[in-house]
Design a protein. Structure first.
Length: 167
């Protein structure tokens, strides 16, 4: 199916999908024996989570979700996905705590049995979440929004994500 106007927003979201691999790589690395590789991969995963995934999730709550509500003519149409954002934030908080303990002890691989479920769980939830949004919302918005509305959606998403990532 050919898209009318949603392409720029779909393109912006591709960076969210690309970063998912950092979670998978870290999950594999922390289960190994190479401490340096595990530490580096975990740091990359945390940069993705804190620098892009979570800030973009917050941006969606101010941009994507209201746009979907507007098309449907109701509020709360995205509540299940907002709850997934909460789960992502809680899992990321747990990941940060375990990563800090591993760093304090200098044994990232030794904490692998705690880190792997969090990393692979975040990967699975984030991937399913993004695919759900892309599959359900992007075609809907493509059918109802104008090109200028999509431009505003992209600009606001970028602006909020950048601000949230900066602190």
């Amino acid at each position: 199916m050919e898209e009318r106007v949603i392409g720029p927003y779909r393109e912006w979201r591709m960076s969210l999908r690309g970063g998912l691999q950092a979670l998978a790589r870290a999950g594999a690395a922390v289960g190994g024996t190479d401490e340096g590789a595990a530490r580096s991969a975990l740091a990359e995963a945390l940069r993705y989570v804190d620098g892009l995934l979570l800030p973009a999730s917050e941006a969606e709550e101010f941009t994507l979700f209201p746009a979907v509500d507007g098309v449907h003519g109701v509020t709360g149409a995205c509540e299940p996905l907002r709850l997934q954002h909460e789960a992502l934030r809680a899992m990321a908080s747990d990941l940060r705590k375990v990563a800090a303990a591993a760093a304090k002890d200098g044994d990232t691989c030794g904490y692998g049995r705690y880190l792997q479920p969090l990393l692979f769980g975040l990967y699975g939830l984030a991937r399913a979440h993004l695919e759900s949004e892309d599959g359900a919302f992007l075609p809907l918005l493509d059918a109802h929004l104008s090109e200028s509305q999509v431009s505003v959606l992209v600009e606001n998403s970028e602006r909020i994500t950048t601000a949230k990532a900066a602190g």
